[in-house]
Design a protein around this ligand. Structure first.
Ligand code: NAD
Length: 259
């Protein structure tokens, strides 16, 4: 059986931790050569080491997605090292603890969330799309969230607004590049057990408040999101573009969760 990403070059931002790392390992096991990027070198290098130990091919490059020069350089790394770019997985994101309600969220927090979560996705695409066209087309996967579709139970105004932007931007870029062989889809995860949610989930009250909204009664695992990302990244989703794939344990399906 052919691996699902055989011959593909994939770049994953924020791949030194959580869902990005799980996706990097899965994509490599499916035959992709993977460019791992992050701002935390130890995390990025650990992901590459795990991939190589499993017999895969990966390279780490430090890149802050909110900086244009870094985004240009990470794409250059993909084309210099592997000669092409077919999959761009814009995964990097932050969720600061002081992102709260409309009235109490600091302006600096709003700005940094927008810079990384929203502008970072745009800059990644701005750098990656020309290389993808030159490689004969490919697939962009942008990480939004279930909060792009509905209000969060615990206020996180900047994060929610940034993910809404990712979702609408993804639709528009899908339309713009559909005739040039580039697909763009958004992934909308529910709460997933990763370091991003560590602070929130270490508080038993906040944890319980999250869990009560999830019909499946548990958090998702990074590996479960990686499988959804693999579907969007690979030709298995060849007629899908401008769509959002919700992977949330049923949150957005529920008005009231079962007892
Ligand atoms: P994580 O914190 O485990 O991983 C995020 C990675 O992004 C980290 O390695 C971090 O160093 C990196 N990063 C942060 N700022 C960066 C920057 N400026 N440039 C490059 N890399 C940067 O988090 P995760 O849960 O795996 O989150 C991955 C994505 O999924 C994020 O976009 C997040 O918003 C989204 N998401 C997470 C959840 C969840 O419940 N965990 C739910 C919905 C969406």
């Amino acid at each position: 059986m052919t691996a699902r990403l055989d011959g593909k070059v994939a770049l994953i931002t924020g791949a030194g931790s959580g869902m990005g790392r799980a996706a990097a390992e899965l994509f490599a096991s499916e035959g992709a050569r993977v460019v791992v990027t992050d701002v935390v070198d130890d995390g990025g290098n650990a992901t590459v080491a795990a991939i190589r130990a499993a017999g895969g091919d990966a390279t780490y490059v430090r890149a802050d997605v909110s900086k244009w020069r870094d985004c240009e350089a990470m794409v250059q790394c993909a084309t210099d090292t592997y000669g092409a770019l077919h999959v761009l997985y814009n995964n990097a994101g932050i969720f600061p603890g002081d992102d709260g309600g409309v009235l109490d969220t600091p302006e600096t927090t709003w700005d940094s969330v927008m810079e990384i979560n929203l502008k970072g996705v745009w800059l990644g695409c701005r750098a990656g799309i020309p290389a993808m066209i030159a490689s004969g087309g490919g697939s962009i996967v942008n990480v939004a969230s279930f909060v792009a579709l509905m209000g969060a139970a615990t206020a996180q105004i900047a994060y929610t607004a940034s993910k809404g932007g990712v979702l609408s931007m993804t639709r528009e870029m899908a339309v713009e590049y559909a005739r040039q062989g580039i697909r763009a889809n958004a992934l909308c995860p529910g709460p997933i057990q990763t370091p991003l949610l560590e602070e929130l989930l270490s508080d038993p009250v906040r944890r319980a408040r999250r869990l009560v909204h999830i019909p499946m009664g548990r958090l998702g695992r990074a590996e479960e999101l990686a499988q959804a990302a693999l579907f969007l990244a690979s030709d298995d989703s060849s007629f899908m573009t401008g769509a959002s794939l919700v992977v949330d344990g049923g949150i957005t399906a529920a008005y009231v969760t079962p007892e």
